[in-house]
Design a protein. Structure first.
Length: 235
């Protein structure tokens, strides 16, 4: 996907970029490739693939929720900033929190935030279950892209979502995980509002957005310690 094809495809999502936003995405790409030479940020560095599999893919969250109407968003396990950092560039109205457990990645994110002069965005080095202790029921939207099994991810994420807000994991394959998700979400006071499935353009790999609505306060016992979550996932 060339830059021009990227612009045309996101237009189909209802997104129009300013020249400044195009320049910010290009700078982000250059920083990603530069820092990736000495730290493991991504296995994808070809420009066409970054614009398709990282930039465009991140922006497909707009299929599930109108991001111009969202105030606060948390990206769990953001890695090199996908989708959260891309969303901040394209939707500057968002107040975004990026969470990652690896400090090297967080330091990279801080460099990008500074170089791109982004405001109302922070990158935090912390595990999600620890972050949840002091940020419960805080965010309009919590998302995560290809991070963990839906059982684990739901327990880590839903405590962060405000009542009436949304947890929207972005998944490629989900068939094995989705079968028990309803019973898991009931324990966490969430319910599936919608599942949006589509193919990435050009490459045609499958993507799924699972839109989970928070329908009440999550019990304080969740999230548990990570070793307990991993040892005995919710079913």
């Amino acid at each position: 996907m060339s830059q021009q094809e990227f612009i045309l495809e996101i237009n189909q999502l209802g997104i129009t970029l300013t020249k400044h936003q195009e320049e910010q995405l290009e700078m982000y790409y250059q920083l990603l490739v530069h820092y990736n030479q000495h730290m493991n940020l991504t296995g994808i560095t070809e420009k066409d693939m970054v614009y398709l599999k990282h930039f465009y893919d991140s922006l497909t969250l707009e299929k599930a929720i109108h991001l111009e109407k969202v105030n606060t968003l948390c990206d769990i396990g953001t890695g090199a900033g996908f989708p959260g950092l891309v969303l901040k560039i394209v939707f500057p109205n968002l107040k975004i929190t990026l969470i990652d457990s690896l400090n090297k990645r967080v330091e990279f994110l801080k460099v990008v935030i500074q170089k791109l002069e982004l405001e109302n965005i922070e990158a935090i080095h912390m595990r999600a279950e620890e972050f949840a202790k002091s940020h419960r029921e805080e965010f309009d939207v919590v998302t995560s892209r290809a991070v963990a099994n839906l059982s684990i991810l739901s327990e880590l994420s839903l405590p962060l979502v405000r009542d009436g807000g949304y947890f929207i994991p972005m998944k490629a394959k989900m068939e094995m995980e989705i079968t028990t998700l309803n019973s898991i979400l009931t324990k966490l006071n969430g319910k599936i509002d919608e599942i949006i499935s589509f193919d990435l353009p050009y490459e045609h790999s499958i993507r799924n957005l699972i839109k989970v609505k928070k329908v009440g306060i999550t019990n304080l016992k969740y999230p548990r310690k990570f070793q307990d979550i991993k040892k005995k996932p919710l079913t």
